[in-house]
Design a protein around this ligand. Sequence first.
Ligand code: PBG
Ligand code: ZN
Length: 321
Amino acid sequence: MFQRFRRKRLNSQLRALVREHHVRVDDFIYPLFIRSGEGVKIEIASMPGVYQMSIDVMVRECETLKVLGLHSVILFGIPDVKDSIGSDALSEHGMIARAIRALKQAHPDMFVVSDLCFCEYTDHGHCGIIDHVHQTVNNDATLEISARQALVHAKAGVDMIAPSGMMDGIIETLRLGLDGAGYESLPIMAYSTKFASGYYGPFRDVAESTPSFGDRSSYQMDPANRREAIAESLEDEAQGADILMVKPALAYLDIIRDIRERSSLPIAAYNVSGEYAMLKHAGAAGLIDYERVMMETMLSFKRAGADIIISYHAKEVANLL
Ligand code: PBG
Ligand code: ZN
């Protein structure tokens, strides 16, 4: 029988020529967690290889990243003092503003993204201002302070903001606020499709942002909903997002593909803390070939349709490439 195309005919060179997808160092954004102090580098037990760092350590870390070819980071601030409205996030002297300024000053060639949310900054650990009557986040009050937060990041010199709180109308609010203040060319990467997920567990250890009551299901999405997931991203596109995101990534590859087919915007996949921790701990227990499974996982994001991968594995991937 005539065979149209047989894998057996491929030698390694031809295999390389016909490979459909590639993982490149340029695909990655590396998350960094910033806290106060000097010379501070604290490893997180649930995420081996991930650290909370003081600004000076973070700036030196970026030196290493650049040597590896990594030029994009996303910053998360962990303030000393948390309160009900996350005041530290609204101050030009707050953790994140100082980190952005120091990083851009030391490494102007680094592309600095800031996570824009309140859960790391509030004493209750929710992603916005709490409406105490309803014991949930007050969407519109949170929009107001989010616009202020965006300007703090913009003035500090950030290259892109990434709102992660899933408030309704957030993209339009931020776009109008930034444009009105002269930051028309500052891009927004929307956490446009963000599920209420158990995979964020280890992140909440790192960012010290576990909600003190309730959960995030009033503002994050039901993992069962595909149509809603698509609609949320398209809504953010309509409001002016420059990049869409699906988070988590691994359990939601179908959603990445769905959005890829419906939008021409770039898509970021957030390979979250729980996904990282699973591979790390399975690798450490000798259950899997860690590097092989890691690269296979990264490739799956590209194959699903992601352009950008936000991952705690980025350094290890860069080392391998
Ligand atoms: C803040 C935020 C979270 C993550 C990124 N930004 C946590 C959350 O929504 O609870 C999760 C990242 C990860 O798990 O790696 N809103
Ligand atoms: Zn949040």
